[in-house]
Design a protein around this ligand. Structure first.
Ligand code: SF4
Ligand code: SF4
Length: 374
């Protein structure tokens, strides 16, 4: 009998072990490296993985395909270096290496804030970019996770508790106007993508017509899309539907079950919040017309440490990322790809984004400075 190990062919050469959900559980979920992107649940062909209290759990039949493992941004694999070597990933994603700590970019802009009660200022700018892209035929839908009605109920169960983030999508430009993006619990971003594909194509779609989706999510979830695409199992059709990615600068996200008892000490719970605001060292919640503030120190036990550790502060692998930085008026917009550069240039020409004057060297030093403590 041969003692040769079984080899699996991959674009990187043969590998000796195809890893599956059991490995994901051991390597990522149980070691607190999960950033709750929901990529694993979204790519599972048998719907075996469900996000329960935002934690991926195997509740169905696993056919050992391995898609979940190789779509997870935290995993490593033979022949693939993962996000440990950013210059290597830069070359794979952009074809050039970064010259700045905040990543590869085509052009930086600073624009006026846009009024929007349902979004933080950096997200309000992304909303109008996403709407423009849909109106002008760049994509057919937008996938995200916010506070709108969950769209994956049924095929993918999702618990909805008050102000908790939930997967969603927009199919019309007017849906984008209404997107509720002010969330502080970890958003299950990629289930929104699965939801929109189910809506448009009935699950894992057949035929040649591929829906074109723009995805909005935090930096570490944009990495999930690239992780799957760059992996041997990255041929999953779901991830290929994403034609544009929009991100915002890193912010702290909280695990619902861990933050709830801390909030309760001051009478706040996920069901009685009517607004939320991130401040430099604290976060405040509006309850019955009053703002109640919690320092990040107080909230520390509820902070998702894996997201803190991911180290991507400025959405380094999105087409476009936006954010506010202390000492800079307006919203910084980083166009990293030709596509985002083209769209933003058109919007500026058409007066849909209002440019502010800025000193590029100063902005770049501010952006690089965001990485100081990471
Ligand atoms: S069927 Fe595939 S994607 Fe689903 S849990 Fe099993 S290995 Fe993961
Ligand atoms: S990081 Fe994302 S893909 Fe990985 S286990 Fe967590 S939810 Fe699944």
């Amino acid at each position: 009998m041969s003692s040769q190990p079984k080899l699996w062919p991959t674009p990187y050469g043969p590998i000796t072990q195809r890893k599956i959900f059991a490995n994901l559980l051991k390597d990522i979920i149980r070691t607190n490296k999960c950033v709750y992107c929901s990529a694993c649940a979204s790519v599972c062909p048998t719907y075996a993985i469900q996000m329960l209290d935002d934690v991926p759990r195997l509740l169905g039949v696993c056919i050992k395909c391995g898609y979940c493992y190789y779509a997870c941004p935290g995993t490593e694999e033979e022949g693939f270096q993962g996000f440990t070597d950013l210059k290597y990933i830069d070359m794979k994603v952009f074809g050039v290496e970064r010259s700045e700590r905040f990543g590869v970019y085509k052009k930086i802009y600073v624009v006026e804030e846009v009024e929007d009660d349902n979004a933080f200022p950096e997200e309000a700018v992304l909303k109008i970019i996403l709407k423009y892209g849909m109106e002008n035929g760049y994509w057919d839908a937008v996938a995200y996770a916010g506070r709108d009605e969950p769209v994956t109920e049924g095929l993918l169960s999702y618990q909805v508790v008050g102000w908790k983030s939930r997967p969603s999508y927009a199919l019309e430009p007017s849906d984008i106007d209404n997107m509720k993006l002010k969330v502080f619990t970890q958003p299950p971003t990629i289930l929104g993508l699965r939801g929109v594909i189910e809506e448009l194509k009935g699950g894992f779609f057949q035929g040649v017509e591929v829906p074109r989706v723009a995805l909005l999510g935090p930096p570490e979830h944009i990495r999930s899309i690239w992780r799957g695409r760059l992996s041997w199992a990255g041929h999953t059709k779901l991830l290929r539907t994403v034609v544009f990615m929009a991100s915002y600068f890193h912010r702290k996200f909280f695990q619902p079950s861990k933050i709830q008892p801390i909030l309760a000490k001051k009478g706040v719970n996920l069901s009685n919040i009517s607004d939320v605001e991130y401040l430099s060292n604290s976060i405040r919640f509006k309850v019955d017309g009053d703002w109640i503030e919690f320092s990040y120190d107080e909230l520390k036990p509820g902070i998702n440490g894996a997201i803190e550790d991911a180290g991507d502060i400025t959405g380094e692998y999105a087409d476009v990322s936006t954010g506010r930085v202390e000492g800079v008026e307006g919203v910084i917009v980083i166009a990293r790809t030709d596509l985002s550069h083209e769209i933003i240039s058109r919007m500026l020409d058409e007066g849909l984004l209002k440019p502010l004057e800025f000193d590029e060297a100063y902005i770049k030093s501010k952006l690089n400075g965001l990485y100081g403590g990471v």
